[in-house]
Ligand binder design. Structure first.
Ligand code: KIV
Length: 273
C-alpha cells in the first residue's frame, strides 16, 4: 500500500478544498477521451471534469438528457487511463440519481469503480441533499452544480441565465448553503449573474467553480471543445476561444484529401520496402 506523502503531487479532494481562497483560481476543464485528457493534463489543469456535456460535444445529441451511466463510464474510463496529476470528477447523468437513493449510490459507485475517478458531480439544490448524504456515506466525494443546470433544460425552457429575479437568487443562496451543509467539496455555479456568484462564493466555505458566473468564483471551468473551437458555430458569451481548431484541422484534412487525390500521398518515404 502506498501512502500519499510529499512524493505524490496528484490533486486530491482535500487539496482542492484548500484552494477556497481562489488564489490562484482553481482551473477545471472537461475531457472525454484520451486525446482531450492528454491536452488537459499537458496544459496543467487542477481538475478534469468528464461532463455529461459529452452528450452534445461528443455524441451529437441536442441536450444532455440522452446520456447514460454506461456512456459516462465508457468515456471517463478512457480519461482515467490518461489522467496523471489532475483531480478527476465524473458527472452523474440525468436519471442516474433521481429515482431512488439506492440507485444513486450504486450508480455513483460504478462511476468511481469502473473509471478510476475521484469524485462525482450532480446537479440541483436542497432537493438533492438526501442523495448527496447517501453517496457521501458510501465514501464518495460529491461536487454540486447550481444555477443553469443543463439537465433541467425542459423545465427551464432553454439554456437561460438563472437567478436574475430576487426570489430565485435567494433560493440559489439557500441551495448553496444546503449543498455545503450536506457535505459537497465544491460546487459549480453556471449561468448566473456576477453579483449572485460573488455572494454565494462569500457565503460558502467550499470552492465555487464558475462557468458564465464571472471572475469572482474560486475557480473557472470550460468545455474543452469551446475553448479550442473544435466544433463549428457560435459559442456562448461566457466562452473565450483560445484556438480555432475546427478551421485549422479542416485545412489539414482537406490538404490530405487533395494530396491523396493528386497522388502526392504516400511518398516512398512514407511506404515500406
Ligand atoms: O457537463 C459539463 O461539461 C459541465 C460543465 C459545463 C460544468 O457540467
Amino acid at each position: 500500500m502506498k501512502f500519499n506523502d510529499s512524493g505524490n503531487s496528484r490533486v486530491t479532494v482535500p487539496a482542492f478544498m484548500r484552494r477556497k481562497s481562489g488564489d490562484p483560481p482553481l482551473v477545471v476543464l472537461t475531457a472525454y477521451d484520451a486525446a482531450t485528457a492528454a491536452l488537459a493534463e499537458a496544459g496543467g489543469v487542477d481538475c478534469i471534469l468528464v461532463g455529461d456535456s459529452l452528450g452534445m460535444v461528443v455524441l451529437g445529441y441536442e441536450n444532455t438528457l440522452s446520456v447514460t451511466v454506461d456512456d459516462m463510464i465508457h468515456h471517463a474510463a478512457a480519461v482515467g487511463r490518461i489522467r496523471q496529476r489532475a483531480l478527476l470528477v465524473v458527472d452523474m447523468p440525468w436519471l442516474s440519481y433521481h429515482i431512488s437513493v439506492e440507485e444513486a449510490v450504486r450508480n455513483a459507485a460504478r462511476l468511481i469503480q469502473e473509471t478510476g475517478a475521484d469524485a462525482v458531480k450532480l446537479e440541483g439544490g436542497s432537493e438533492r441533499v438526501g442523495v448527496i448524504e447517501a453517496i457521501l456515506n458510501a465514501e464518495i466525494p460529491v461536487m454540486g452544480h447550481l444555477g443553469l443546470t443543463p439537465q433541467s433544460v425542459l423545465k427551464m425552457g432553454g439554456y437561460k441565465v438563472q437567478g436574475r429575479k430576487d426570489s430565485r437568487a435567494e433560493r440559489l443562496v439557500d441551495d448553496a448553503g444546503a449543498l455545503q451543509e450536506a457535505g459537497v467539496f465544491g460546487m459549480v455555479l453556471e449561468g448566473i449573474p456576477v453579483a449572485l456568484a460573488d455572494r454565494i462564493t462569500a457565503a460558502v466555505q467550499v470552492p465555487t467553480i464558475g462557468i458564465g458566473a464571472g471572475p469572482g468564483c474560486d475557480g473557472q471551468v470550460l468545455v474543452i471543445h469551446d475553448l479550442l473551437g473544435l466544433l463549428p458555430g457560435k459559442v456562448p458569451k461566457f466562452v473565450r476561444q483560445y484556438a480555432d481548431a475546427h478551421t485549422d484541422l479542416t485545412a489539414a484534412v482537406s490538404t490530405w484529401v487533395g494530396d491523396v487525390r493528386a497522388g502526392r500521398f504516400p511518398t516512398d518515404e512514407e511506404s515500406y520496402s
